[in-house]
Ligand binder design. Sequence first.
Ligand SMILES: Nc1ncnc2c1ncn2[C@@H]1O[C@H](COP(=O)(O)OP(=O)(O)OP(=O)(O)O)[C@@H](O)[C@H]1O
Ligand SMILES: [Mg+2]
Length: 230
Amino acid sequence: MTAGRGAFAGLTRGNMQHALCRRLRSGGGTRPELALLEDRGQRAVVKDYRASGRLLRSLVGPWLIRREARIYRTLAGAPGVPRLISVLDRHALVVEHVEGRNCAEYADGELPPEFFLRLQRVVEGIHARGVVHCDIKNRSNILVADGGRPYIVDFASAFTRAGGFGPLRRFAFERFRTDDLRAVVKAKLLVGQLWNEPDAHFAFRRGPAERVIRAVRNAARRAFKLIAGR
Ligand SMILES: Nc1ncnc2c1ncn2[C@@H]1O[C@H](COP(=O)(O)OP(=O)(O)OP(=O)(O)O)[C@@H](O)[C@H]1O
Ligand SMILES: [Mg+2]
């Protein structure tokens, strides 16, 4: 890393070892490796598909990295979204580290009601910039920073309103926007233990079309994991 410039300036795969604090999770199959880096008092997380399964390493991982980096750039400066520090190479990106724990590590009832209100504002802010996350129901993607501020990470499945296919895309955007908000309300009801009927109705209501879409999507996900995990 270049001396005299900001933290992580000049970071490359070659010199990354100097900044490595510890491996958070090893990679393999469809999963990227995650590691914690530190430079000049600042911390960052590197998400790296190089040690993942063959398909992820060669094709899908680079595509996911490009998409996720593009979304982080679109959301630069949005409250509750960590800053993209750099794209290391086609396999890996580096994001500002959020000190704290993820929501899945909390016991039910442990997070205060204000947290869920702040989380909703963060998600609405993301939507206002034309991005839907599409995987907020996975509570490990919701981080609770020290001091209780919510952050959202993992924009690999996110989707933007801008782009081709006009009305179809806008329809999908609205659908996924509702899904994101439902995921927030579900977290509030279950993790927050703040059960109330109107929210429960909004979060758990399923029309017949939705049940079919979900069944197809879940089957496609299972098939992908089976193929890509090799
Ligand atoms: N910027 C960050 N700051 C702090 N922790 C982070 C950050 N990014 C990721 N993490 C931690 O690493 C975990 C996995 O990261 P991420 O969700 O991006 O990868 P993933 O492969 O999609 O994982 P999963 O399949 O578990 O969702 C997160 O749940 C979170 O605990
Ligand atoms: Mg994730």
